[in-house]
Ligand binder design. Structure first.
Ligand code: PLP
Length: 402
C-alpha cells in the first residue's frame, strides 16, 4: 500500500512543476545573477520574477520588500537582531511561550546577554490574552515577535491586530509566518506588520530557502555582511535555483489557496470527526474556531504518542508528536505544557498535518487505522482499566514535569 504522509507542518513534498522550473538553474542557467553578461542576466531576471511571485503571495506593496534568506530560522534571527541593533537603547522583547525554537532559543540567548524577554502565556485552547499584551507594550520594547500560526496545534494568533497595537505604542512588529504562508490568504499591504518570516519547504518548495519581508522604510541591519546581494541586506551569492523554485511554489500556493481552505479543511474535519467518534477519551488540542485549515492535533489520553506513531508508521502512515525539532525528547512539547494539557493527555498528543496531496481515501485509511492502535496500547497502559481509565489516573504515576 502507498504510504500516507500527514506531516506537512514538518516539511512538504516539492511540487513536480516546481522541480521542473528549478532544474535548468543547476545546468544551462548556472550564471551568477550579479554578473552583467547574458549568463548572469537570465538568472537575474528569473530571481526578479520569483521576488514578484512571493510579493503577490503575501500581498506586499513592493517586490523590494522581499529579502531571500536560507530558511525561516535565518529570517527570524535577522528580524529580531536587526531591531535590537537599530534601537540600541531599547532592551526588551515581547514574544510568546509557544513560539518555535527558532525564536525561543534566540530569546534565551538574548536573555543571557542582558535583554528582558516577556513571554506571553496562552490559555487551555492556546489563545493569547491581548490585555496582558497591551500592558507590556512600552518605549522600552524594541520588537514584538509573535507567530502567525502555531506549528503544533495550528492555532492562529491575531497578528494583524497585535501589529496595530504595537504600532500605536511605537513598537516594531515581526511575525514568524512559516506555517501560515501558503495556507492562509495574507495581505501585508493593509497591515502594520513590519517584518515577516517564511520558509520554502513548508509550501512545496525545497529546503534551504526562506524570505524575510521587510516593510519599506523600516530601519534595518543585515545579519550577513559581504557582497551587495539583496541590496546589501543579505550578502551571499543567491541560491538561484531555490529562489526560482520558491517563486513557482508561491504562485501555485496562491492558485490553490481556495482548495486549501475548503477541501483540505474538509479532509481535516472528516479525519477529526472520524477519530473522535471511534475512540473514547480523546480530544482536539487548540482552538477549533481559529486554526490552520490543514492541522489537527489530537490528544489520546493515557497512552504514549511515540508508540502511536510507531504503530502508525508500521502501516505506512506518517504523522508526528510535537514539532520535529523537539521529537527525540520524552517530555511533552512546550506548547502542550503551556496550554496546561494534563500530562496523561499531553504525552499522547499526535499532530496530523495535511496538504493538497492528501486524498479522502487516505483520510478514511487513517480513521480505520487509529482506533485499534489506541485500543492495543491502552491494554498495556497503567492508566487504563478493563473498560476505561483507572480511578484518579493522575495519581497512578508521578507526573514527569511539574
Ligand atoms: N518557525 C516555525 C513556526 C516553524 O514551524 C519552523 C519549522 O518547522 C521554523 C520557524 C523554522 O523554519 P526553517 O526550517 O526554514 O528554518
Amino acid at each position: 500500500m502507498e504510504p500516507v504522509y500527514m506531516d506537512n507542518n514538518a516539511t512538504t513534498r516539492v511540487d513536480l512543476e516546481v522541480v521542473d522550473v528549478m532544474l535548468p538553474y543547476f545546468s544551462e542557467q548556472f550564471g551568477n545573477p550579479s554578473s552583467i553578461h547574458s549568463f548572469g542576466d537570465k538568472v537575474g531576471r528569473a530571481v526578479k520574477q520569483a521576488r514578484k511571485q512571493v510579493q503577490q503571495l503575501i500581498g506586499a506593496e513592493r517586490d523590494s520588500e522581499i529579502i531571500f534568506t536560507s530558511c525561516g530560522t535565518e529570517s527570524d534571527s535577522t528580524a529580531i537582531l536587526s531591531a535590537l541593533k537599530t534601537l540600541p537603547e531599547r532592551k526588551e522583547i515581547i514574544t510568546t511561550v509557544v513560539e518555535h525554537p527558532a525564536i525561543l532559543t534566540l530569546c534565551e540567548h538574548l536573555e543571557k546577554e542582558g535583554y528582558k524577554v516577556h513571554y506571553l502565556e496562552v490559555d487551555k485552547k492556546g489563545r493569547l490574552d491581548l490585555d496582558a499584551y497591551q500592558s507590556l507594550l512600552s518605549d522600552q520594547v524594541a520588537i514584538v515577535s509573535v507567530m502567525w500560526a502555531n506549528n503544533e496545534t495550528g492555532v492562529l494568533f491575531p497578528v494583524e491586530k497585535m501589529a496595530e497595537m504595537a504600532h500605536a505604542a511605537g513598537v516594531l512588529f515581526h511575525t514568524d509566518a512559516v506555517q501560515a504562508v501558503g495556507k492562509l490568504p495574507i495581505n501585508l499591504k493593509d497591515s502594520k506588520i513590519d517584518m515577516l518570516s517564511l520558509s520554502g519547504h513548508k509550501l512545496h518548495a525545497p529546503k534551504g530557502i526562506g524570505v524575510l519581508y521587510l516593510r519599506r522604510g523600516v530601519r534595518y541591519r543585515p545579519l550577513l555582511r559581504g557582497g551587495h546581494q539583496e541590496r546589501g541586506r543579505r550578502a551571499g551569492t543567491e541560491n538561484s535555483a531555490s529562489i526560482v523554485a520558491l517563486g513557482k511554489a508561491a504562485e501555485q500556493a496562491l492558485a490553490h489557496m481556495e482548495y486549501e481552505n475548503t477541501f483540505v479543511a474538509a479532509m481535516r474535519d472528516r479525519l477529526e470527526a472520524g477519530i473522535l467518534d471511534a475512540v473514547p477519551n480523546c480530544f482536539v488540542n487548540g482552538d477549533p474556531g481559529s486554526r490552520l485549515p490543514n492541522t489537527s492535533n489530537i490528544a489520546f489520553e493515557f497512552i504514549e504518542g511515540e508508540a502511536i506513531l510507531m504503530l502508525l508508521n508500521k502501516q505506512g502512515i506518517a504523522a508526528s508528536s510535537g514539532s520535529a525539532c523537539t521529537s527525540g525528547s520524552l517530555e511533552p512539547s512546550h506548547v502542550m505544557r503551556a496550554m496546561d494539557i494534563p500530562y496523561t493527555a499531553a504525552h499522547g498528543s499526535i499532530r496530523f498535518s495535511l496538504s493538497r496531496y492528501n486524498t479522502m481515501d487516505e483520510i478514511e485509511r487513517v480513521i480505520e487505522a487509529v482506533p485499534p492502535i489506541v485500543a492495543q496500547l491502552r491494554k498495556l497502559s497503567p492508566y487504563w482499566g478493563e473498560d476505561g481509565p483507572v480511578d484518579e489516573p493522575e495519581k497512578a504515576f508521578a507526573p514527569t514535569y511539574a
